[in-house]
Design a protein around this ligand. Structure first.
Ligand code: PMP
Ligand code: GLN
Length: 392
């Protein structure tokens, strides 16, 4: 038999799937894969049900249902002061995953260089490589996840086509500062490049922070493609409703990719997301406040269990250094151990690195019911109280 595409076949099953399966097999509490366990806003669910029963279930417009595109333009104005033309500057996709793929396939030409920050979300590199792009990595390391001018100077060049920026950053839970964004903008301009901005956690930032889209910085309006996801904003990750906002000249080639990837997204879900985006400010501040309380709850519990917790400024995640528990193996061994022996699943942070793996850190997801978080902490405390550990 002839082999399949070697770029894609060189990757294993995603780490999220691997640990979710292992969690089910061992009856572990799954704090690995990032998905909330609440039902999502009841009024948004009701709108999806109503639209399914009462409205068209045929192909909606390829660029997205007009009501949702209008709601996205209103959302951009309300939260970021961005004036967006809903007809030519917004496109609805089947999740942020498709939005990312469409941006990369639509913009990258073979040989183009693509700057990425690692740790990086798992879908970026395979698609960059599939499009013929040449990755240039900027490596961020815990506990600070910082970078400077020299790091960007080493990665950007005249051959840079685009940079992928995930802010807030999964799994580091870093929110890029205004100064860091300004530095990135400077390099994007100097390289005459674009920025694909994965901002799926835009409404999940903590401690009074404000999310700043790179697109709002001087010179960036025409160069950024801003990606969001209703999965994160409405705690409905299975819906796979995403969106891209960009100037017409950038959005057009991306729409060409979208028309051959998925073409459209279920119309009733689009109607419900349009409804959701118009909810009052209290919904959005409540989402962040609720997640922040969960972050605090899990972080305190992990510390009490003997792990060293790193700051989490946004997203669904908190990273912890487990070396304080005395465990000697690498992070994959630790996550396997945790899932099978302690009954709590987490994700090894090394899975988000393409270069030399980072060791000693794992990612926990806190967007779960309080009793689930408390149950996980209880298991961890009892488990680590037993120490010391053998080398895995
Ligand atoms: N980007 C990041 C950083 C993510 O964490 C996720 C996870 N869901 C996605 C993209 C994909 O979003 P969606 O489920 O909307 O495809
Ligand atoms: N975004 C989710 C996470 O980081 C996982 C999504 C997926 O399983 N592909 O956990």
């Amino acid at each position: 038999m002839k082999p399949g595409n070697e770029i894609l076949s060189s990757y294993g099953t995603t780490v999220f799937e691997v640990f979710s399966r292992l969690a089910v097999e061992h009856g572990a509490i799954n704090l690995g894969q990032g998905f909330p366990d609440d039902r999502g806003p009841p009024d948004v669910l009701a709108e999806a049900a109503r639209a399914l029963a009462e409205e068209s279930n045929q192909y909606p417009s390829m660029m997205g249902a007009p009501a949702l595109r209008q709601a996205l333009a209103a959302h951009a104005r309300r939260f970021y002061g961005l004036e967006v033309d809903w007809q030519s500057e917004v496109m609805v996709t089947s999740g942020a995953t498709e939005a990312l793929a469409a941006c990369l396939l639509g913009l990258i030409r073979p040989g183009d260089e693509v700057v990425l920050f690692e740790p990086l979300y798992d879908s970026y590199l395979p698609i960059v490589r599939l499009a013929g792009g040449v990755p240039r990595l900027v490596t961020l390391r815990p506990p600070g996840w910082g970078f400077g001018r020299a790091d960007l100077a080493a990665a950007f060049s005249a051959r840079t086509k685009l940079v992928i920026l995930n802010d807030p950053l999964n799994p580091a839970a870093k929110v890029f500062s205004g100064d860091e964004l300004a530095l990135i903008a400077e390099f994007v301009l100097a390289s005459d490049a674009y920025a694909v901005c994965d901002e799926v956690y835009e409404h999940i930032v903590f401690d009074g922070r404000r999310h700043i889209p790179l697109m709002t910085l001087p010179g960036m309006r025409e160069r950024c493609l801003k990606i969001g996801s209703a999965g994160k904003t409405f705690s409905l990750t299975g819906w796979k409703v995403g969106y891209v906002t960009a100037a017409p000249a950038l959005l057009q080639p991306v729409a060409k990719a979208h028309q051959y990837l998925t073409f459209t997204t279920p119309p009733n879900l689009q109607a419900a997301v349009a409804f959701g985006l118009a909810k009052d400010d209290g919904y959005f501040t409540g989402l962040a406040a609720g997640m922040q309380a969960k972050r605090n709850r899990l972080a305190a519990g992990l510390e009490a269990a003997g792990l060293t917790v790193l700051p989490s400024a946004g997203s669904y995640f908190v990273v912890a250094d487990y070396r304080s528990t005395g465990f000697q193996g690498d992070d994959v061994a630790f996550c396997r151990h945790l899932t099978t022996e302690a009954g709590v699943a987490a994700i090894p942070v090394s899975a988000f690195y393409d270069g030399p793996p980072l060791d000693g850190c794992v990612r926990f997801c806190f967007c779960k019911r309080d009793d689930i978080l408390d149950g996980a902490v209880d298991r961890l405390r009892r488990h680590f109280a037993r120490g010391p550990f053998r080398t895995a």
